[in-house]
Design a protein around this ligand. Structure first.
Ligand SMILES: *[C@@H]1O[C@H](CO)[C@@H](O)[C@H](O)[C@H]1NC(C)=O
Ligand SMILES: *[C@@H]1O[C@H](CO)[C@@H](O)[C@H](O)[C@H]1NC(C)=O
Ligand SMILES: *[C@@H]1O[C@H](CO)[C@@H](O)[C@H](O)[C@H]1NC(C)=O
Ligand SMILES: *[C@@H]1O[C@H](CO)[C@@H](O)[C@H](O)[C@H]1NC(C)=O
Length: 360
């Protein structure tokens, strides 16, 4: 990816590499552990733990618990208002759909499920999402009975984002049994204490070389939450196209591939909000002064000359006014503390061959 240059980005690149590397290893291990027992069926090797990424610490047992399709959430926040948290409540509904994606049988009279309630306790009511937000959680899954008051599922976290990671782990523990048509949790009781190994766990998306519709970006963000990633590095703009609306310089998105391949300010805000509900920051990138040819489609003065279009004409104050306008407008959309300015692959030939730039 030619748009990578700062220290943060090279770390990012390294992590992305290890991320995909780990995926391949994981698939390998997984493929190996599913051993064929009969001609027609495969079974999971129960000696392995099918959680990914693997929690920092965990213990498990030998119980199999059934999970009530009418699972309810019991949320306790720290606000004292008892109002609950939209982040946790919406996440709970999403995970319920994932856990019960197959039709499960509801309890008939006399039947009962081992797990019918998820208790979530969040100690802080600070919903601000930034790098280093506390994503740790503990997850306890036990059979409830008369003797045990801590039965069922409980998740305890310092922030709502830790609670989200705990719900993700819970969803991975739940398996649909096609025989009895019930969702089960194997190897209970589970006691999991988890926290991320890396504060920055990112995925880069390039919507300049290849425009992606909002719905696709949302699916990608959703899938990032399954892997507990927390930063979407949105490489929105590059030399090929400028799809983002910038109110201060409304002609910039004339550099989009077509007028339909654009993101309005509202679209971008929707992406940021959607990501935040999943504990994912959006780090926007504007690559300057190279990789910016598309800017000149709306404002040709930004090019050194009509025949030499890249990098941006640094001799004009106007260029810096446009950069400031873009950054000021984007700051309103992207609250994340990190912002990426590219800075890579600056081919200075146009600067040295265009007389007024050379003179400057
Ligand atoms: C689970 O069962 C296995 C095999 O029967 C046994 O070796 C192991 O000690 C059991 N673990 C627990 C926590 O009961
Ligand atoms: C599901 O749970 C709700 C709230 O606890 C309860 O009112 C309802 O009767 C339950 N439905 C079934 C089918 O068990
Ligand atoms: C460009 O900006 C600099 C710094 O603000 C200022 O000194 C200079 O006069 C400006 N040049 C023009 C041509 O406006
Ligand atoms: C740099 O830009 C010049 C002028 O556009 C071009 O001829 C040259 O091939 C470019 N060099 C590289 C390494 O891309």
């Amino acid at each position: 990816m030619p748009s990578i240059s700062t220290l943060n980005s090279s770390q990012f690149l390294l992590k992305t590499f290890f991320f995909f590397f780990s995926i391949s290893i994981f698939s390998l291990v997984n493929a190996r552990s599913i051993k064929s027992t009969h001609h027609h069926s495969i079974e999971l090797d129960e000696s392995l733990t099918y959680l990914w990424p693997l929690p920092a610490q965990f213990t498990s047992g030998n119980d199999t618990l059934t999970v009530d399709p009418n699972l309810t959430l019991d949320f306790t926040g720290n606000s004292g208002s008892g109002g609950g948290s939209v982040v946790v409540e919406e996440a709970f509904e999403r995970y319920k759909k994932i856990i019960f994606k197959h039709g499960s049988k509801l309890a008939k009279s006399g039947e009962y499920f081992d797990v019918n309630r998820v208790t979530v306790i969040v100690h802080s009511d600070n919903d601000e999402l930034q790098l280093g937000a506390d994503e740790s959680y503990s997850l306890l899954v036990t059979k409830s009975n008369e003797r045990s008051i801590i039965g069922g599922v409980s998740i305890e976290a310092n922030s709502v984002y830790g609670a989200l990671r705990g719900l993700e782990t819970l969803s991975q523990l739940c398996k649909f049994d096609y025989g009895v048509k019930t969702v089960q949790i194997h190897k209970a009781p589970w006691f999991i204490q988890d926290k991320p190994r890396f504060a920055y766990r990112g995925l880069l998306l390039d919507t300049s070389r290849h425009y992606l519709p909002i719905e696709i970006i949302k699916q990608i963000i959703e899938s990032m939450s399954y892997a507990k990633l927390n930063v979407l590095h949105w490489h929105i703009i590059d030399e090929e196209s400028f799809p983002l609306e910038v109110p201060s310089y409304p002609n910039l998105w004339k550099g989009a591939y077509t007028k339909w391949e654009r993101y309005t300010v509202e679209d971008a805000i929707e992406i940021v909000d959607f990501a935040k509900m999943r504990g994912i920051n959006v780090m926007a990138e504007v690559d300057v002064p190279g990789h910016a040819e598309s800017w000149g489609a709306g404002y040709p003065d930004l090019w050194p000359s009509p025949s030499c279009k890249e990098p941006l004409d640094v001799s004009k104050n106007y260029t810096f006014d446009v950069i400031s306008g873009i950054l000021a407008d984007m700051r309103k959309i992207f609250p994340f503390e990190l912002f990426h300015l590219g800075g890579d692959e600056v081919n200075t030939t146009c600067w040295t061959t265009t007389p007024h730039v050379k003179q400057w």
